[in-house]
Ligand binder design. Structure first.
Ligand code: SAH
Ligand code: SF4
Length: 385
């Protein structure tokens, strides 16, 4: 064998570009680099995200030669479903194998005519909140944009929901799965961009929610890149307690976090936006009436609604879920202070979808809460829609 032939024989094949995770702008650049018209991007996006087509040979509005070129240099590769579980309540959970062999989770929670997909952004998480099972795993790596948007693709695909006329499989997305989205900024922004792009999933920006435990420098620049809804994981009414349970608070304390979140929503054209304050209730830690009062004082005049999340236990967590009464008492204080408050009910218990951040109806109960406010909470608190 001559030397050049040896080289050819042993050289690794050039990696194909995974078009699944490219935004419209990136895909247009990809096609213009190929000397193709930019509108090819629009055609290909519809094939991928509207029709669920992965094989370039099936993209019948592209020329034969372009289809062959794409077959050689590109791919459309979602992550792989390792396991799928269905709850009796309709919740469906996937363990998704990403490159390198790690697993992340996504959960689809149907509720009336909407269905909320909870999406992961990282394998593990470095922030180590003391009550979070993902935090306990430590950080492994960021998900790629293709792996993040691929969770939406897989969810739709698993219901055969491509333009089926059966209604949309995914109506809302919350970045509340594994990982801290603001620590994987570029890939999360790209994936959220695709969630909202009409040529991809076309979700309204209000229906995509990023949840953060408070990576303030990245929250400060988020408005330049996205205008999705924002949830802030507060979990404590003061810095002394938050320092303990959400360690990033030692770097970016509550006042800075709330100020940054407010600046984010103030930058939105839609002036009716509010920050969702998430507050996981941990028995005997942050669930007292005094702490509810302190929270009410902290958030007085702050543009927010409050989402109470009774703690979801996991082995060796060291924490307990508060009683229904404790949750009610906490809720009542906030309602009496005039806040819009929702309580997240547990879904998918039988398939263990209730693993902390992967739980949640994330239902906007604003109207009911408004009724509660008017009636001073005369209705049952934990009822589901
Ligand atoms: N890293 C982001 C998003 C993922 S967690 C964040 O922290 O905001 C989504 C939500 O679930 C967060 O509010 C998080 O604090 C909360 N959470 C984590 N573990 C939980 C548990 N065991 N029980 C209840 N809520 C939990
Ligand atoms: Fe990370 Fe969020 Fe879990 Fe904290 S709660 S460890 S930020 S995933």
């Amino acid at each position: 064998m001559t030397a050049p032939q040896q080289l050819i024989a042993t050289a690794a094949p050039a990696a194909r570009v995974n078009l699944l995770g490219l935004t419209r702008v990136q895909l247009e650049a990809f096609f213009s680099d190929l000397g193709e018209k930019r509108f090819r991007a629009q055609q290909v996006m519809k094939w991928i995200h509207h029709r669920g087509v992965r094989d370039f040979a099936d993209m019948t509005d592209l020329s034969q030669s372009l289809r062959e070129t794409l077959r050689d240099i590109a791919e459309i590769t979602p992550p792989v479903i390792a396991e799928q579980q269905d709850s009796v309540d309709g919740t469906r959970k996937w363990a998704i194998a990403v490159e390198g062999g790690s697993l992340v989770e996504a959960v689809l929670i149907p509720e009336g005519d909407r269905a909320t997909l909870c999406v992961s952004s990282q394998v593990g998480c470095s922030l180590d909140c003391t009550f979070c099972s993902t935090g306990k795993q430590g950080f492994q790596r960021d998900l790629t944009a293709a792996e993040i948007i691929g969770q939406v693709w897989l969810a739709i695909n698993s219901y055969d929901g491509w333009q089926s006329g059966k209604g949309r499989v995914v109506t809302n997305v919350v970045m509340m799965g594994m990982g801290e989205p603001l620590l994987n900024f570029d890939n999360v922004v790209a994936a959220m961009n695709l969630m909202c792009d009409d040529l991809a999933y076309g979700l309204s920006k209000r229906k995509v929610t990023l949840s953060t435990s408070g990576v303030v420098p990245n929250l400060d620049r988020l408005a330049d890149w996205a205008d999705v809804s924002l949830a802030v994981s507060l979990h404590a009414p003061n810095d002394a307690l938050r320092d303990q349970i959400v360690p990033i608070n030692r770097k970016y304390p509550i006042a800075r976090l709330l100020q940054s979140a407010r600046a984010y929503i103030d930058a939105q054209p839609d002036k009716k936006r509010v920050v969702t304050i998430e507050y996981t209730l941990l028995a005997g830690v942050n669930d007292s009436v005094a702490q509810a009062e302190e929270l009410a004082a902290l958030l007085k005049d702050y543009p927010c609604k409050i989402n109470l999340i009774p703690f979801n236990d996991f082995p060796d967590s060291g924490y307990q879920r508060p009683s229904g009464n404790a949750v009610s008492r906490f809720w009542q204080v906030l309602i009496d202070a005039g806040f819009v408050v929702t309580v997240r009910t547990t879904r998918g218990d039988d398939i263990d979808a209730a693993c902390g951040q992967l739980v949640g109806e994330v239902v906007d109960r604003t109207r009911r809460s408004a009724r509660h406010r008017a009636g001073r909470g005369s209705q049952s608190l934990l009822q589901s829609d």
